[in-house]
Structure formats: structure tokens, C-alpha cells
Design a protein around this ligand. Sequence first.
Ligand code: ADP
Ligand code: ZN
Ligand code: ZN
Length: 822
Amino acid sequence: MASQLYVDVILPLALQATYTYSVPLEMETLIQPGVRVVVSFGQRKLYSALVYRAHTDKPQVQQVKDIIQVIDTTPILLSSQYKLWEWIAEYYMCSLGEVMKAALPSGLKMESDTYVASGSDVDEMDLTDEEMNLIHLLGQKRKLTIQQLTQKSGLKHPMSLIKSMLERKLLFITEDIESDYSPKTENYIALAPEYSDEKKICVLIDSLKRAPAQQRLILAIASQATTPNDLTTARVLRKALLEKVDVSASVLKSLIDKGYIIQEEVTTSRIDNDKGEHATCNPLALENFQINALNEIQSQFSSHDVVLLHGVTSSGKTELYIHLINQVLQNGQQVLYLLPEIALTTQIINRLRKVFGNRVGVYHSKFSDSQRVEVYLKMLSEEPFDVILGVRSSIFLPFARLGLVIVDEEHENTFKQYNPSPRYHARDTAIVLAKQVGAKVLLGTATPAVETYFNAKSGKFGLVTMLERFSGLELPRTMVVDTREARKRKRMKSHFSDALLSAIENALSQKEQVILFQNRRGYAPFIECADCGWVPHCEHCDVTLTYHKHSNQLTCHYCGFGMEQPGSCLACGSSNLQPKGFGTEKVEDELTVFFPNAVIERIDLDSTRSRSSYERIISGFEQGKIDILVGTQMVSKGLDFDRVSLVGILNADNMLNFPDFRAFERSFQLITQVSGRAGRKGKQGLVIIQTAQPDHPVIKSVIGNNFFTFWEWQLTERNRFHYPPFYRLIRITLKHKDKYHLEETAESLAKTLRHSLGENVLGPEPPIVSRVQGLYILEILVKIKREQPLQRIKKFIEYSITMLKQKRETSTVVIAIDVDPY
Ligand code: ADP
Ligand code: ZN
Ligand code: ZN
């Protein structure tokens, strides 16, 4: 007798790695790694689980449940993807289930719902009208969730009726599993097969003389025929037809009923570029310094898996990517092109489509889930996209022939997923992915991350530089304004130095554009009572509420809590409430006073809640309809404008003073990136930095474009204070609503860790914002020297946390682990 087959499956849960089920004999041939199966888990829930491994080792547990059904005939996960999932789970200290949750669009992950279905032998004679109505509703769809049924019933009190019908077994409850995903269909109209030749159609049209609307409709369809001798080849989209002929649906219906025309449901794609966009251009001809860089990249790839392309802003990095992609496609391989931000995909996709047409697919979270399912399935199909342009989650797509990964703006911290687990870094994960499948990686940026520079310097990565700009464009000139000095000499008007104001005026008079950067949204970070010092704080978080003038609201930027701005102090009643500090909204407000004739727009999280408003502002600026663009770091992100002659940084200090070991690196990157927006063909741009610390080493490095001095200085500091790349960091965050309980738990964990790891365990300490959404927060930081056994230390941390969680008193503390935190 053959032995029983078992499968270890992954469930989309944060618990253990895999779960074992038995396979009924008749399903054995359908089982292979990567197919989905339906299993029951917990009380009554059904899930679609992924088969990880099939085997015949009888599990230790008492009762093993059978799988219920096999969903797929072919795997939806390639073995290369499993390898990546395993690495992520191990490196970022999470479960395979958590990776599954992040990796698959939800339409591919199913969970059960409770449905109501009609009983099997219901005698309609015994039913009231209302009851009949419900049964009919169910009859059409077979089953509905209780919520759907109550909504569709149109009854005021459907629950009592449903209950009584359940008791009388007219209805019953079933547990069923369904995907949110269903293919998109469209209705097409065609002439019925017997009207294939023109004569028959003429007779038909003649016979419809008295029904002109019907006549018009038939004519409209016939006129669409692609082969003149067979009119039934005409297929017209129903919606378009009704609009074009301007008749009602009832006219259409009567023609269908008479058998003159037929309606067909056709499955279509939600992927917009399936509609046949074709490549129209070759890649642009490169300039000499670009050709040299391209050749250099290629020769470095023969000895390195990863190459860093350090190219100043507008050196033509994107053009080089296009040339490289072209070569990889000619070798029959695929390319993954990662961007840090959805917003950037719009500009880049246009450039890529021109050269690669519909061989390029886009993948990001602003897509509907169904669209993402279709991209995923297309990647599994015989005709996958050759190029995927996407944000960090696109590393989870199935690539059968990956040859190159491009990570554009590799220094951006949005590549790191902060919440929920897996807290992976897409750049680092992409490097692992490429290594696993034998692909190359190109990291591109004008301001490499300190870690990346270190890897390039030490020879682990190749390094190629382009320190000139395309077509001889000059890098902008930088001017620093000492705000303390200017204030003393009365050369500041509110937050604007005289120097900045006159530079703006000058640019506007030349019909040039201006970008102003302030790294804070809202009107003011807080308001304060001038009489008693009262400052409104969030009820749920340990932060001040930001004042938003346009909406007259005080809002919390951590939890979203908001209240109307009080007219007077809630502590002493004084009406003397003053905004303190300033954000983008205030900059915009004051500018309208200084430059009443300029068109000013603001771009930050508040002004771009919808995707369309973001695109409206960006394209308005591109087309020169906007004179001054005020924004947060959104204005720094790789956007390419050609009429900007002035960039102003209103306050560099809040970036420089941020208490984090990456604060200087980030300030350097941000200021350099924003500055990179300045400069037009034939004219050098100007950057004005306002700061109270004009002699700060970061400011000095920015002015001199001293990348190398800056990096070397940072590396020395990082080494001295035990930070990456010399030490690895693991941050453990603990949260609980009871402060004392949290402290006790965190102390006990820190003590356990310190016992083995010694002084490289720091904390517990509260983060800058030490309470969010009603939960107190403490952090423990573990620093691990490069030569220490990383994997063993991780196992030890995991073990210590598991032990802690097993105690009843501490099981309610929420604990999150972040490896390589940002
Ligand atoms: P980066 O990505 O380094 O900021 P881009 O590739 O976006 O630079 O190039 C900046 C601008 O210069 C773009 O408008 C691009 O089309 C143009 N450009 C760069 N290289 C060339 C080239 N060889 N021929 C024509 N235009 C180019
Ligand atoms: Zn007061
Ligand atoms: Zn809050």
C-alpha cells in the first residue's frame, strides 16, 4: 500500500512557518509545490494555503486534517520565489505567512466568509411574498453573505425574517471560500449568424422601416464589419454602441429577443497597456561621457554582480538605463526597474513606453487589487512583460528570465518597508533576488547611501561615475544665508531672507520658475497660548497637534486625530493663540502676500490626497502654468523640469537637528536632490539655503559638492559610534497601553538580551514620539558587529521574545522586530 501523502502549507498568518495537512488519494496527482489548496484552520475558517512541500513523513500531532480542494493546476509561485521568501523570513525575522501576505495580491489569497443559501426542497406554495423574494435573490446567485442579502432584500427588518427562515430550514448557513478577484468582462454585440450576407441584411433593414431606432442600430453594427462579405464579423462594444446610436437598452433587447442580433460576454484585461501600445522610438543617442559610463558598467558587470552608478542629477542615468534594458531584452531576458515612489512612475513610464511599448508593465499599490492580480498572472503566463516598472512590492512578482534589476534613487528610505512585517529593504532584497537567479543589479543615484558607497569603495560593488550633466548643463551655484545674522540685521521678513525674496523676484521677472522646499507640512507644527503657555497635544499620541489654516484644524500627523482650532486657549481662555514654527502652508500663504501676481501651488501630502491632484500640479508646473512650487520632500524626488532657475531651502536646520544617526546623510541627500532641480539649458541655476548653522559640515559639503569628504567623514563617525555599515542594527519595539507594565516587560527583555550580548544592547528607551494611538512605546536597540554570528544572535532574540510571550502577564505586549531599521 502506498503511504499517505502530506503537504506542508503556508497560511497567510504571522504564526509558525508551515502547517501540515493530509492529501486525500484522489487529489495526490494534483499536488506540487506552489499550487494553492483550500484548508480549514482554527474554529471554522477556510483559507487558501500555498503548498510548500509534499512528503510522506507522518506528523507528530494527533489529528491531521485533510486538504479540502486543490485550486490551481499549475503553480502560482516559482521555486525561485520560494527561495527569496525563505531568505526574507530568515533575514528580517518574520514568518513565511507574513511574506505571503506582502507578496501576493489579495485576490490570490482567499479567506472564507459566511454565506446564506436556500434550502434544498423549498415549496414555494408555503411562502409569503417577502420570503419568495429572498429565495429568488439567493436563487440567482446561489448564495450571498448575510450583509449582501439584507442589502438586496430592500426590507426594513430583514434579520427577523432571515432568522425565522433559518429556523424553518428554508435557508441555511454555509461556510465558503471565494476570491475577491474575478476576470473583467465586457459585452459585445454582433449580428446573428444567419445575417452573414448583405442581401439578408438589406431585407432585414427594409422590414424595420417602422422602427427607425432598431434600423439605425442594425446599420451601425453592420458598418463595423471587418470583412465586407461577412457582416457577422462585426463585434461592437455594447456600451459604445448604445452611446453612438443614442438608443435605449430596450431597443437593443427587443432585437436580441427577435434573434436579429446576439450579445456575447468577453473576458478582457484590466492592464491598460494590453491595448497595443507600440514602441515608436529608438533609445536616444548618447553623449561621449555617457557612452563611456555605459561601457564601464558593462565591463564592471563581468566581475561584479552589483554596480553603483553615481551620476549627478541630469547626467542622463535614466537614458543609460534605457540602453541597458534594450540590451538585456535583446538577450531574451527580463528587467525589473524599481522606483522609490509611485509618483515617479508616471514620468518614467512615458519614457519607457516610447522605446519598449507594451513590453513594459507597471506594478504598484495604487492599482486596484484586480489589476495587480492580472499583472501577476500575466507574469506567470507564456507572454509575460519583459520589463516591470514598480515600487518595492514588485520584487515579489514571478520572473522566469530575470537578467537585470535597476534600483533607481537607491538611497531613498521608502525602499524600506516600515510596517507591517516583513520589514524588508527592497534594494537589499533585490540584490539577494538577483544573486539567487543569476541576474545583475544596477544601483543608480546622485547621492548614494553611506552603506552603498562603503560597499563600492571596498570593492564589493562596482562603481561607475558620471559627474557631468547632459549637454554641458552646469551644476547650480549654491548660496547660504545665515538666518540668525540676517534676523539681527533686520534682513528677514518672516521666514524669508531679503536675499531669497529678491532672487525670487528676479526669477519671476525673467519668466523662470522657482521651487521652495520646507520639510514640514501644515501651517505651523504647533500653536501656543501667549499668556499661559498652553500647547494643544494629541489625545492619543505624545505629540503636539499641527495647525492647518485652510481647514482650520489641529491634526495629529501620527494617528490622524483632528479637532477644530479652538478660538481661545482651553486652559486660560485667552484669545492670544499663536502659531509656532512654520510649514508649507504658511510658506504658501506668505508668498501670496509678497508676490500677489505669481501663480503659486503647494505640493505635499495634504494637497495631493488624490492621485489626480498630484498629476495636475506636476503637469501644470511642467507646462509653465505655475510660477512657484512650494513643497515637502515631494519636490526633491527625481522629477525633471526645465524652466526652474531658483531653488530655495527655507530652513535646513530642522533636518540637521533631527536626532537620528542618519540625519546628516538624509540632509545631505535631500538638499543635493532638491538643488538638482535648478538649472536650465544654457543658464546656471541658483540654490539658496537658509540656515542658522552656515558652518555645519553638511552645508559645507553640499556647497562644494564634496561627496567624498562627506562620505569619509560619515564613515568615520559611523565607525566611532558603532553604526552601519560597521555594525548591524536590530530594533525591537514594544507597545502597550499600560506604561508600567510596558516598562517592566521591556526591562526584562533587555536584561535577558544583555546577559548574552552585553553592552551592545541599548535601552529600553522611549522614541521621540513615545506614545501613539494610546499605546506607550519603548525601544531596544541591538548592535551587532560585522564579524559576530548574525544568524545565531537573531535566533537568540527570537527565542527570548517567544519565552517572554509565553508568560501570561506579558503576552499582551505588542513586540515588533526591525532588522536594519531606517
Ligand atoms: P538623470 O536620471 O541622471 O537625472 P535623465 O536621464 O533624466 O538624468 O536626463 C536628464 C534630461 O536630459 C532628460 O530630459 C533627458 O531626456 C535628457 N538627456 C539625457 N541624456 C540625453 C541624450 N543622450 N540625448 C538627449 N537627451 C538626453
Ligand atoms: Zn492660555
Ligand atoms: Zn495622535
